[in-house]
Ligand binder design. Structure first.
Ligand SMILES: [Zn+2]
Length: 255
């Protein structure tokens, strides 16, 4: 058996996977300073609203770090679909900021915030479909969320606990090929809280976590499933929202 040094392995990896920026394909680096500057300009912390199909709830507050535009869209695609899981290091701090805002009392419902003695917020990732786990070989959001939990949190952030409670209760097709209405039809009633997590979710405050909010159909369905399982409060946190969600009437400006 031939032992290889870390240097040799890195050189081998670079031969197999060309060393290039995840967004602009600039050679010689995995993430270039120009794209990094462009990424920082997308920071636009905001709370946007997504309708929820539950009679007592009209909208779900969704906290986003920034706008889903270039170069962030390329980074998310490379991370999720092209196997560049190393980009979690770049994305985790952005997701962490949204999670902290969802749990630090910035919301206007009385159950929000991190009151002394309050039980931890449950962080619930949206589930990956079996087809996407098969295609990608893993559920990248779980790894990203675990990494986001290691980011330093402000003192105002409530305690957090990762709980993969949601599952698909039936087969759904790939959302990316569907329009807004078809996405809602595809997901309506599709998610549920797994039997082993029911006691854990009941009466608890939950933050649904996803990478990006586009139409809001996925987050809406996740919130419905958690509320119907007895969650007392649900908010959502994502890395980014599509730019149209920052338009007039689509959300509150950042405080
Ligand atoms: Zn670049």
């Amino acid at each position: 058996m031939v032992l290889m040094s870390r240097f040799d392995l890195r050189a081998l990896f670079d031969l197999v996977v060309p060393l290039e920026c995840a967004a602009c394909r600039h050679p010689g680096t995995r993430w270039c300073t120009r794209c990094d500057r462009a990424l920082r300009r997308l920071a636009r912390p905001a709370r946007v609203e997504v309708p929820v199909g539950v009679s007592t709830w009209r909208t779900l507050p969704v906290w986003a770090w920034g706008a889903y535009a270039a170069p962030l869209d390329s980074v998310v695609t490379a991370w999720k679909d092209d196997g560049r899981r190393d980009l979690s290091r770049l994305l985790a701090p952005l997701l962490a900021q949204s999670i902290h805002r969802a749990t630090d009392g910035s919301g206007d419902r009385p159950t929000s915030g991190s009151a002394p003695g309050a039980r931890p917020w449950l962080l619930v990732p949206v589930p990956s479909s079996r087809a996407s786990v098969r295609r990608r070989g893993d559920a990248p959001l779980m790894g990203l969320l675990a990494q986001a939990l290691t980011e330093p949190a402000p003192a105002t952030t409530g305690a957090l606990r990762l709980v993969p409670a949601l599952t698909h209760q039936r087969v759904v097709v790939d959302q990316s090929r569907l329009g807004t209405e078809r996405r809602r039809e595809n997901l309506s009633g599709a998610m549920g809280v797994g039997a082993r997590w029911l006691g854990c979710v009941e009466g608890r405050r939950c933050v649904v976590v996803d990478d990006v909010v586009t139409t809001g159909a996925t987050l809406s369905e996740a919130a419905r499933a958690l509320l119907e399982a007895g969650a007392s409060d649900v908010e959502a946190a994502v890395i980014a929202a599509t730019p149209r969600r920052f338009g007039p009437g689509s959300g509150r400006p950042p405080p």
